[in-house]
Design a protein around this ligand. Sequence first.
Ligand code: MCN
Length: 787
Amino acid sequence: MMDTGIGARVRRKEDHRFITGKGQYTDDINLKDQTYAYFVRSPHAHATIKSIKEPEWAPEDGVVAVFTGEHVAEDKIGGLICGWMIHSKDGSPMKAGPHPILAQGKARYVGDHVAVVIAETKEQAKAAAARVDVTYGVLPHVVDVAKATKSKAQIHDVAPDNTVFEWSLGDKAATEAAFQRAHHVTKLDLVNNRLIPNAMEPRAAIGSYDSGSDHYTLYTTSQNPHVARLVISAFHGLAPEHKLRVIAPDVGGGFGSKIFIYAEEVVCVWASKRIGGRPIKWTAERTESFLADAHGRDHVTHAELAMDKDGHILGLKCHTLASMGAYLSTFASCVPTYLYATLLSGQYAIPAIYAEVDAIYTNTAPVDAYRGAGRPEATYLVERIVETAAREMKIDPAEFRRRNFVTSFPHQTPVIMTYDAGDYDASLKKALEIADYKGFPARKAAAAKQGKLRGIGFANYIEACGIAPSAAVGSLGAGVGLWESAEVRVNPVGTIEVLTGSHSHGQGHETTFAQLVSDRLGVDINSVAIVHGDTDKVQFGMGTYGSRSGAVGMSAISKALDKVEAKARKIAAHVMEAAEGDIEFKNGSFSVKGTDKKMAFGEVALAAYVAHKFPTSEIEPGLKETAFYDPSNFTFPAGCHICEVEIDTETGVTEIVSWTAVDDFGTVINPMIVEGQVHGGITQGIGQALTEGCVYDSESGQLLTGSYMDYCMPRATDVPSFKLGFTETKCPSNPLGMKGCGEAGAIAAPAAVMNAMTDALGVKDLAMPASPHTVWKTLQATKMAAE
Ligand code: MCN
């Protein structure tokens, strides 16, 4: 029994169905009388829509209907919303332009939804969409965030210079005073390159309306079906919540890109009623995913770090331009603000910080949370500038970090967060050992003999995850509290169903959540089923993002398990005719202290339902408990990643030759799953650093990297075998002591790669993605400068 509990390397229960092709993804579902949707998308970056004309459809065209923004307006269907209000420094609210589910009057990026064609087959819908005649009036456009405020393109009437907000955090005067006292100031300009999500399963939706029950159903690729139902119900005004069921079945990856409410989902549900209730299915083609999934990052930053003569950091200031894309997506405004600037203290005791963030509209796909949102951008800034400062001050980068680490907890940073627990020096120390830091000079010399430049780079990241605490989140502009729910249903024979508001789209919840139950109740892990992703089954949940499912979702389950155990204990006491205080619960059985009386957990469950030997006036029959868990703080996983690269000076090709990651995730439920999460995260971070570059053509506004021919995801051959280690400081704000692990690798990796590459090349600046061409140009420039 013990080897399926907390800490066991249990194989993922869900993998059998995935690897045998038995997963049920949205596109695997087909409903009776189903039709298919295909979207007519804008070929222009910015244009007025002058007219939309349909040809005469023949029966063989299979067209059921064509809808435009006018039909949406006719039915008074609300637009997509950004749920996080941010105020500018002057107190004015952010400038949120309208975001209709089908464009009304204007298209604002290439791929914007202009109309939808519903047809009998997918092929007919696509062919018919190509024949819808849209007349556009092309407008000036801007795709570059650094140029957008001065551009002729005015994307939304509410934002004349395309500025959404000008926000700041921290104490400006204290930071300026710190810079006045500085012995050395390091300055760095950074671009955090725009990323395009590439989930294995493209987004998909099936909307259906049943006129008999006046009930809507939406199957969708969502990370948070309950929030989708709430938003579609409350803001789009489609149906009251109890008449809308949202099901997110198996979801094939998201990493943030499936958190948001997208136009296609709302269109499928709404249009189903318009066509008389026939279901409408839409599955994105990969090119549509490139064009219209919410992108990530796109920051341009200037940062400065002030130090005293001994390399102690006195202050940090930065100014960031954050592209929002053409519309504000669901959480867009909170990514470059509260998810970013609040972590600019990194692992360091920085006395003064001042951050300014200007959020800007551009004629590009909306930008939202992806692969760690905000926190990777903060880590990139902090770890790149800390490494650069150490080099400029000729202090060993590990030693520089050690001198500045936060060492006592709780630690209040100057940018809102209170770090609860950690031991950054322990992670660094362990990482230095695993990476054989002392042996690096010899490895560098050996590489040089083969004509290669070898470099080493650190990233001592911190992230705030377990995104939930209502008190904190509510006060940071969300206006709502976040938490998580759980229901533990013990069946009469002792098998267990756990209904959770968290959502799994690759993280192995069906295994780790069951491990917790197995551990606590001493039951076989195979008698535990985890139910999630269906608003008709699970009462309410906040879903999955910000690595919150372990720390928050499992804590809610833990709370419900406490209640189950407490009730079962009472029942066991009655059945065994003993005082409740004499009942012990261990390894799945209840026993009476000092006697040989014993009942297995399953026997108590049966007693709870049918074999009552307790007064039901005192104890209700049944064994089912619910809990809501709202933590008091975020969790702060942290760690040290060390990357070593070798650069071929002839070709500019970079090879990552070694990777050490030592992470502190508090209590680890399943080390195998956690290692997998770290591997996946690092690989994505390496992708951002080396290969993934989203390019919009400034002349035409077209997305030039709209397929795998041009947008290069990292491959197995791009990554080394990772050397992992763990340290453990328990998170004090949840009962399990857990910290999130899902995004850690993606947060740490870009800075570690770029620090290693700049070390190898002996340069200060190098842009991501550092492709062989970029590296080769840098090598040539360095050579020319030396000549
Ligand atoms: N876990 C553990 N011990 C810990 C922390 C976590 O055993 N100390 C386990 C959890 O029980 C869970 C997994 O590790 O099975 C990840 O848990 P957690 O860090 O809480 O993260 P979430 O499940 O909330 O997912 C978070 C993060 C996010 S926000 C996204 S989105 C995400 C992700 O990580 N998307 C993923 N990991 C992904 N992995 C895959 N394969 N695919 C995605 O789309």
